[in-house]
Design a protein around this ligand. Sequence first.
Ligand code: AGP
Length: 626
Amino acid sequence: MCGIFAYAGTENAVPFLIDGLRSVEYRGYDSAGIAVIGGDGKIQIARRGDHKASLENLAAAVGKGHLPGVASGMAGLVGIGHTRWATHGEVNQKNAHPHSSSDGLVAIAHNGIIENFLELKDELVDSGIEFKSDTDSEVFAHLVGRGVANGSSLRESVVGAARRIKGNAAVVALSALEPDTVVGLRVGNAGGIVIGTSAKTDASVMASDTIALLPFTNEVIYLEPGEIVEIERGVIRLFDLEGTPIDREPVRVNQNFEAAKKGKYPDFMSKEIAEQPDAIQGALRGRADFAAGTLDLPEITLTRDQINAIDRVVLTGMGTSLHAGMFGASVIESLTRIPAVAENSSELRYRNPVLGPNTLVVAVTQSGETADTLAAMEQARQAGSPQVVVLEMEGSQATRIADFTLPVRAGQEIGVASTKTMIASMTTLLELAVFLAQSRGAIDSEQVKKIVEMLAELPSLVASVLDIDGKITSLAERLSGFSDLLYLGRGAQLPIALEGALKMKELAYIHAEGYAAGEMKHGVNALLGPEMATVVCAPKNDLYEKMLSNISEVKARGSEVAAIATEGDDTVGRLADHVIHVPDCPGLLQPFLTVVPLQMLAYRTALVLGRDPDKPRNLAKTVTVE
Ligand code: AGP
């Protein structure tokens, strides 16, 4: 995910900007840039689009903190910096941030996704603006520049631009007409902005992460969505978008790196669960074009003939990645009408599978280093199968085996239990299903447009599920008393039931089994009784009535039932003992919404039982051995 840093102080901003970007580079990036207001009152910009080398090349390019027009030792400089994770537009210097207005009076750095950037770009081009990059973010620079050129203040101009965009944005902005000020803005679920002032030097700073503020202060203010801030030397002014001042007390954060990277969260698990709307956007960026209603996977260069020759899809992974793969198999088969199965890599690698040039193999692996998955991938490579790997950690071994790499771009995941990388993998697999189906003519452009419209809503739908934490906590207290739990699902909800059970196992250390609900009469009913509680995924879909029967069957045998149901459905509430509602949404998106309460339930149960949610016992983040 992109990183942002801004400085308004009493010394040359350049070294602080470089160091600030170094402290957020763990978020992952491929381009870097800074902008300062030089001694001559002009905005100076330096950028590099050199992938992982960008930041060091940038540091070298700006020397010991001098840019043209910035005399050494110049006091009172303000500046912004950005590490970019390529989305709209490839990795190169012109697409790196900061972006400036045509007259050079304004510069901005942006983290987020502007869904309607094409229509805004057309409007700006028609008004005579010449674009220099392929990014959606440059649109924001020109909108702000237009406001400033028309006499509005920088803050007013940033608010004006925010009112024009659809989607979300975390932005920092400079204006040469206000050389002491940096403005910061948050709209939607874009990455955060944290603000602070150094008691020692009077410098004011803001960044995507608390960690970047620690050299200045450990008293920080979090900017919330729908708020804007002006920082100057020793000054922080917070407003809502209507311009009403906001008075917010700073909070004290821990000094250590781990604590700082957690920001306002008590642990990485809760932070990464909360980052899921952002993670979904990361997986959508540069692929789903919300304005045009189209979807493309530039990373997959299979020809149409090669795609039409595919007669089977085998997905493979371990643990949570296998569950994401199972979701992928269901949507790929449903949309492309090609047979698709998901197999555990440790089984696939040893069963001498029949693979070949017409079998597309899709490996799913957050780390790209899981031994069993790598072995299965190697088998597929030797069998001559075209192979895609869906992963978070670019540059890992898996990228050197697969023919095509589809990064999920959730941002580094530190908690051992996978959450945001799973939902980002599911998003990427859904995009792969659409890509394959449209290439084969199995779905037409209208159907693609409908799915892209659904995907545009997905981040905010998932964000709304995150707000149900209160109900989850009381259910967690209840379930923490059980030593055996059963999770049931059908269809696309089966991988979600399996995942919910895995999360409960690995976080709360409670024995939890995920099962196809249709299996109950084939032996599982023997488990039922007051000592076994059951969690049921029962959103409104074509298997809903079957799930109602399962709930009645489980209740009739004395087991307590907690159900995940669709908002407004009170039938389930009459049958189950506990109900967690998720928003109504198209069936295709339901697994994204039902998996989140199950993650939160496992997390809360772990806390009730005093487990460490970030470092579960006996588990490692990456299993590089068999
Ligand atoms: C899931 O929470 C666990 N961390 C584990 O099951 C994990 O999904 C599995 O080890 C696969 O890891 P990978 O995605 O890095 O390949």
